[in-house]
Design a protein around this ligand. Sequence first.
Ligand code: SF4
Length: 623
Amino acid sequence: MLKENQIKKSLLIEKLFDILEEKGRIEEKDIENLSKELKIVKNEIKAIISFYKEFSEIKNKNAVYVCFGISCLEKGSRKLYEELQKQGFDVRRSYCFKKCAQAPVVKFKDRFILNQKMEYIINIKNPDVKNLERNISFNSNVNGKIKIRRCVAGNCLHKDVDLSGFDVENCGCLGFCGFAPVGIIDNKVFQLSPTFLNKIKQDPTIINRENFLNFDRKGKIIMKYNDFVDPFNIDSYIKIGGFEGIKKAVELGKERIIEIAKEAGIRGRGGAAFPLHIKLQGVMQQKENPKFVVANLEEGEVASYCNVILAESNPFIIIEGIIIAAYVVGATKGYIFVNYKAKEAIERLKNVIKQAKDMGFFNFVSNDFDIEIRRSPSAYIAGEETAMLEVIEGKKAMPRNRPPFPFQQGLFGKPTLINNVETLAALACAVSYGPEVFKEYGKGQSIGTKMISLTGNVNNPCVNEVPYGIKVRKIIEEIGFGFREPNKGLLIGGPSGGILTNSSLDLDYTYEDIQREGAMLGSGAIFAIPNSMSIPELVRDLMQFFADESCGQCIPCRVGTVKLTEKLNDFLNGKNLDRKIDEIIRTVMNASLCGLGQAAPIPLITAMKNFPREFSKNFQEVS
Ligand code: SF4
């Protein structure tokens, strides 16, 4: 059994978020109250507050947050930041708001300004500038002749559009984030621009003559029914067979579900690619109780946003996956660990948890099974699985030593299944549709499909789902609609992935093929690098990200990432890049405790190997 005190203490971070949301800042009085309520000494609370930037930074309602994720940097966010500084704004750096398809992203007074030019953004304080993109309301209405299912996820969330006079329903992400706002009319996807909407209002027959986009179900498993599922309406999910997987799981039994996960070849989709069936088996076999399932939706890495879009598009499939996993391992509780910036995803998941519980779906696990959402203070390291457990327990996001592994001693020291939300969604699909559906796609050990976050130099930066084994070139051409301008390479696998030349376009998108080139699939991020972007600058920005996000627990990572950033900055300022850099790289990779430090130098290593000329102008041997 868990001690009551353990549960109480674990609520600290949630309570800090509540105070922040209500009052905008955390004061001494709040710390005193929390100390009494949660029975935590004040200094411990203060240490937690100072560890997380969200809690410790001095608030200013007029502060302007500029994203320094690579998609935004590629669209000039650094210049924008400097210009706003010159203009006297309280401007602050931020990492990834999960709106990469509409870069550069700026946040001002809780609103997002997406994909706008400098002249527009520096006018944000002007009360005449009313056109700030805002969250739209999503109530369906049935009052027109033309039926539109409009996307209410991702970038479409922030693109207000007047749909009065239409018969409107909602749907999830269709993979055209770069064209937001989009919607479906007569099974065709259209960009819902005011001009287009006015035209079809006046003459509905022109719909047949207008250019349209195509939502292709082929090659999709998790996103396959995004055009039908209304994230606000559980019935829309039930209509396409949703939650049938839970009933089927109970009929088939736990052992068979583990076999199904194996046959479907489901591997961890968050980056580690560890086989799901082994994890399920491992937790199921533990004798100790209680057990937990933790769904990871932290997604703190820059230019990766497919988990957030999944939750905004189809929160039901995540909940179904958690319920099935909990049934298999015998968990008494599920947690969803969500990046606090993903506010819309949090609301939708909360809504589904309530509905699924009311409809009795939790009872398939046990009568007292429950799922709780825990917000993550948006630190990249908080997504590392053991650091995540620490945060849920109300502590600093610092990775634990292993062994013991989480399947043995995880949350509160109890057996815990940890998986990314996409992995759990894949489990729900494998049980519902059968493993054969996964076997239709893939190559070698990469079976099924993968959700991707495509950003950077493409005409349609977006989230989508692709079959493993697809040519990278096909992803760029058919999903990204080609390069926006001449392109020189790809960063595959997120910030700790590999920087490859355009020859990577001929690779098959599988774990094995990408790894052979020194990169990795990671969580499915692909960033296209235009010729106009400096590779050393890109590497410096990624290294700066790691230096900022290191938890500081081990010296090689804490100091090494800062030193590498300094070396790259010196290089960009005209100094020589010396061979000592190799020594630092080796130390960071070999002596860091967790994946953040161990993988941080990969972009630098691959960039120096694949783009030697960009590093050679000042390169010299230093003995
Ligand atoms: S490698 Fe870096 S992020 Fe990981 S535990 Fe060490 S200091 Fe923290």
